[in-house]
Unconditional design. Structure first.
Length: 240
């Protein structure tokens, strides 16, 4: 386990820089933007932009109430610690072992919720049936045989989450792609993996329109993956 002192030594420079430019190591609209713990990033489109696949009321509540609650509760948990407060939420959830024990569960849950949703919004856009292209398509072919192979694994992972959680497409340290499911608001970042995008299968993400029909929501979701964003994120994270 990393000690708090080692943690701050590791991130002291970043934390100092982030004090000047709170939370944003990259421009806010960068596909690899990081996020201040205290700021709810704006929804980058109108709430009805994903209709009919995800309805406007769900998007408004999900962003304005649910995501805001993760931000509010994270600030409550770590707001009294100026060094932690100055870090991005992505740095925090990437280093849970180094967060003081009395804050760790809150950072895992509320910080995970903040980080996951901050990636969720920009990774969505009506795609008119588009599928991955170029380098991302090649990486998917390597990992899953083809796009249909990816879909099969992703659908299975999302369908199989018991209770609340997410299915993710992640970039592993070796540079390969993998599909995985994680419970609650656990972030792939906490396992040293880089999330490219995920599907939120908490009921709050789909229940108003789809009620108990999670499989229908998952099928609809393929129409709102912003492949341009995900491809740019893949290329940037692969370089990082
Ligand atoms: Mn959610």
């Amino acid at each position: 386990m990393t000690t708090r002192r080692e943690f701050l030594a590791k991130f002291g420079t970043a934390a100092a820089a982030l004090t000047v430019l709170p939370g944003f190591a990259f421009a806010a609209d960068s596909p690899v933007a990081t996020h201040a713990i205290s700021v709810l990033p704006p929804l980058p489109y109108a709430p009805d932009a994903l209709e009919p696949f995800i309805d406007a009321q769900t998007m408004s509540l999900h962003h304005d109430k649910h995501h805001q609650a993760y931000v509010t509760n994270l600030v409550k948990a770590v707001g009294s610690d100026p060094k932690l407060s100055a870090m991005s939420v992505e740095e925090l959830v990437s280093n849970l072992d180094a967060v003081p024990a009395d804050m760790r569960t809150a950072v895992r849950n509320q910080g995970g919720g903040h980080a996951n949703h901050s990636l969720f919004w920009p990774s969505l856009k009506k795609n008119n049936g588009a599928v991955p292209k170029a380098e991302l398509a090649a990486a998917m072919d390597k990992a899953f045989s083809n796009y249909a192979g990816f879909q099969a694994q992703f659908t299975k992972a999302a369908t199989g989450v018991f209770g609340s959680g997410w299915a993710w497409l992640v970039l592993e340290p070796a540079g390969t792609l993998k599909v995985m499911a994680l419970a609650n608001q656990d972030s792939p970042l906490s396992q040293g993996l880089k999330p490219l995008f995920g599907i939120d299968v908490w009921e709050h993400a789909y229940y108003l329109k789809y009620q108990n029909r999670r499989p229908e929501y998952i099928q609809a979701f393929y129409n709102v993956i912003n492949w341009d964003f995900v491809t740019e994120r893949y290329l940037d994270l692969r370089k990082a």
